[in-house]
Design a protein around this ligand. Structure first.
Ligand code: GTP
Ligand code: MG
Length: 345
């Protein structure tokens, strides 16, 4: 059945799937299995983690062919409307589109995308689209891990475009920019000069800015905003030396300018594929760099968790915290003691 799918646990009330079942179902593009495979990667239970990693290793050779596009913008800018327009445009071109989301604030309600089902009615019923709300795993790191691994699942299932939406809370844009090929920021018309409350850092990670709602009375203001963003981007160091960020306008509602957006995504892919970085093409170098940074991020996460859960660290932490707070000892010496306790096990 098309539309957002979610299951509380990979095996709740159903026959448990083996890794072979998952791999075969995902490779066959079976929607129900794809949904369950994503539920598996979202799980934090040790047994599920182990099964998920076995599955992912086998899916990995079949993943990687998709265009990965991150999409962000302030609330109300039109992200859902835009994803609906771009998604249906792409399925109309014969592509298969997966929509994932990174929203660490989504809690248990199933994420922002779900609440927006009304704005994604066509895409939600499109047999060639798969919409998945943000995992409600809590921390940004946990949500990002699940989304990256979900990306492997949908790509191995044959989705050749993956759109990753983020609401832009805290660090989530940077996190999403690190898992996609191109990071697209939607902007509102008419507020270009004051950067409309959007974090300025966002311009530094954008590969493509699209001023949405360029329709009706908004058109002239959208054009003006486009010029202002072009100027603003001009003075910034581009995030990728092989690509100069572009600014476009569109109307997600009227479905205008969507084709130009996609053409630009393809030009970006081509520009990176044709450039060379350290003996490989810049496109694969970018993805490779993302994977390596992600590996180290996971190492840091795991080490921090192990440290925080270490009984010997716990045993000494509060006394050392107190000693640091009252100035009895220095933070550096206390840190030394904690690490000694951790290493001693
Ligand atoms: N005129 C016009 N209105 C638009 C356009 N795109 C979206 N809207 C309207 O803007 C409002 C917000 O659109 P959404 O797509 O829900 O925006 P969003 O960014 O997903 O919002 P959040 O999910 O709350 O972050 C809706 O009323 C849309 O109909 C557009 O291109 N032109
Ligand atoms: Mg929305």
């Amino acid at each position: 059945m098309p539309g957002p799918e979610f299951t509380p646990s990979p095996s709740s009330g159903r026959r448990a799937l083996s890794v072979d079942d998952y791999v075969a179902g995902v490779r066959a593009g079976d929607r129900a299995t794809v949904a369950r495979a994503i539920t598996l990667v979202e799980s934090r239970k040790a047994e599920h983690r182990a099964q998920a990693q076995d599955m992912l290793v086998r899916l990995l050779p079949h993943a990687g062919a998709a265009h990965r596009v991150g999409i962000t913008g302030v609330p109300g800018v039109g992200k859902s409307t835009f994803i609906e327009a771009l998604g249906t445009y792409l399925t109309g071109q014969g592509r298969k589109v997966a929509v994932l989301a990174v929203d660490p604030t989504s809690g248990r309600s199933g994420g922002s995308i779900l609440g927006d089902k009304t704005r994604m009615t066509a895409l939600g019923q499109d047999a060639n689209a798969f919409i998945r709300p943000s995992p409600s795993a809590g921390t940004l790191g946990g949500v990002a891990r699940a989304t990256r691994e979900s990306m492997v699942v949908v790509e191995a299932a044959g989705y050749d475009v993956v759109l990753v939406e983020t609401v832009g809370v805290g660090q989530s844009e940077v996190t999403v920019a690190e898992m996609v090929d191109l990071f697209l920021v939607l902007m509102l018309p008419g507020a270009g000069d004051e950067l409309q409350g959007i974090k300025k850092g966002i311009l530094e990670i954008a590969d493509l800015l699209v001023v949405n709602k360029a329709d009706g009375d908004n058109r002239p203001r959208a054009m003006k905003a486009m010029r202002e963003y072009k100027t603003a981007l001009h003075i910034l160091q581009p995030p990728d030396p092989n690509w100069t960020p572009r600014v476009l306008t569109c109307s997600a509602l009227a479905q205008e300018g969507i084709d130009d957006v996609w053409k630009t995504v393809e030009e970006h892919r081509q520009a990176l594929s044709q450039a060379t970085v350290g003996g490989m093409d810049a496109f694969h170098a970018k993805r490779g760099g993302q994977q390596v940074r992600w590996m180290w991020a996971m190492v840091r996460d795991r080490l921090m968790t192990a440290l925080e859960e270490s009984p010997s660290v716990k045993a000494r932490a509060s006394a050392l915290e107190a000693a640091v707070a009252t100035g009895e000892t220095t933070p550096a010496l206390a840190a030394e003691r904690l690490l000694e306790a951790f290493e001693a096990g």
